[in-house]
Design a protein around this ligand. Structure first.
Ligand code: GDP
Ligand code: MN
Length: 384
């Protein structure tokens, strides 16, 4: 789960990482009242979970109440890369002499934690990695050993930060590491980490991703749950107990088993189509489950055709076929459906489907045939 900047900063503050004093507000009047308490100048920052807010006009400095009113009025309701701003964070403005970058994340292939530190912060780290990879000092941290003081010191030296930032950076990175581990985060990123003209090192931005599987250890994360930005399709699917991930294509996918669902996403892409989703209905492909799956997919306005890919195992072909037939009785489906049914008792299953086949419900003998057919149909119906 991804936190908003203000939530990330509040988390950082609990670990004693220096952040600016600020308040989260949802109206212009509240922004002005908060700024009066904080003291001018303030920075008004759009709270959306995308980077590059500054360039998009979502971050503005205000020297007085009039400017605060003007900027917060402009930013609230603004659209930033498809995200509407409903909340702004108002914080005491900082003077900046240098912008650095610092983060901890998982390096899954190395099976270690990865720390990255750069004297070139403020821009996207991907850009630094492309244009000047040597400007990023990396360290791997063993999860069992943890991060030692000597390691942090050597890391900061390797990054070539300004000498007056050394002690502050060591202090913040040590605390950031503690926060990353204790909070069960997958990512903690400070970009920019700033050096102020009076020599203080300070977190000016916060990007935090928490491990969803750790929520049972952190009852306090419930507060973040309410503010999560969710795909409406995913919410509907999860309410029906389906394993669903929304994608941005036009071929709706239903498969039994996560592995098969992933392979279905792959094959649809391979034959030139774009999957609208990953959906695993699991083992029991009965009428209720199939109905729920078809409803979720049918409600996705981007879907032009549906691919049901079933490989019978413990669940027999005829049970799945009966489930599909019953579901089609219950839901009015707007898109043509292509079915591939194989595995245990596939022939019996196909025989059950046979009488129901039509121009909008077809059966294909193999997975690749079905993928080609469904992509053809979807594209003839406008899928691009
Ligand atoms: P992002 O663009 O979405 O990552 O938003 P950031 O919070 O990182 O802010 C982008 C840029 O705005 C920073 O790199 C700074 O240059 C500038 N900025 C943000 N806060 C302040 C501030 O308090 N004072 C000044 N002078 N600049 C700021
Ligand atoms: Mn940033």
């Amino acid at each position: 789960m991804d936190l908003y900047e203000y939530q990330g900063k509040q988390l950082f503050a609990r670990y004693d990482i220096p952040v600016s004093r600020g308040e989260a507000v949802v109206t212009v009047d509240a922004a002005v009242a908060a700024s009066d308490r904080i003291g001018y100048p303030v920075v008004i920052k759009a709270q959306v979970q995308v980077g590059g807010r500054g360039k998009a006009g979502g971050i503005k400095l205000a020297a007085n109440a009039d400017e605060c009113r003007e900027h917060s009025g402009n930013i609230l309701g603004m659209d930033i890369k498809g995200h509407t701003v409903g909340l702004v964070w108002v914080e005491s403005a900082s003077d900046i002499s240098k912008e650095y970058y610092a983060s901890f994340t998982l390096d899954r292939s190395a099976k270690l934690h990865l720390g990255m530190l750069s004297a070139e912060g403020g821009v996207e780290i991907e850009q630094v990695a492309d244009e000047n990879p040597d400007a990023i000092a990396k360290i791997h941290v063993d999860p069992v050993d943890g991060l030692t003081g000597a390691q942090v010191r050597a890391w900061v030296a390797a990054a070539g930060l300004d000498p007056e930032a050394t002690e502050g950076a060591i202090d913040i990175l040590t605390k950031l590491w503690r926060c990353y581990v204790d909070a069960d985060a997958d990512l903690v990123e400070i970009n920019p980490l700033i050096l102020t003209p009076d020599g203080r090192v300070h977190a000016l931005d916060a990007k935090v991703t928490l491990d969803d599987s750790s929520v049972f250890r952190h009852p306090e994360y419930e507060e973040y749950d309410e503010t999560q930005v969710r795909d409406a399709r995913e919410t509907a699917a999860h309410e029906r107990g389906l394993q669903y991930v929304g994608l941005d294509g036009y071929v709706g996918i239903i498969a039994n088993g996560a592995g098969l669902a992933m392979s279905t996403v792959d094959i649809v892409s391979q034959v030139g189509g774009k999957p609208a989703n990953f959906l695993d209905i699991g083992g029991g492909a009965n009428a209720d489950v199939m109905t729920g799956a078809l409803e979720v997919i049918n409600n996705d306005p981007d879907v032009n055709a549906i691919f049901i890919n079933i490989f019978g195992g413990i669940t027999k072909g005829e049970e799945v076929a009966k489930g599909i037939v019953a579901a089609l009785d219950r839901v009015q489906i707007d898109s043509p459906i292509v079915i591939r049914l194989d595995g245990t008792n596939a022939d019996e299953g196909r025989a059950i489907l046979e009488p129901h086949l039509s121009g909008t419900l077809q059966l294909q003998p193999t997975m690749v045939d079905a993928a080609r057919a469904v992509v053809d149909i979807a594209q003839s119906r406008g899928g691009k």
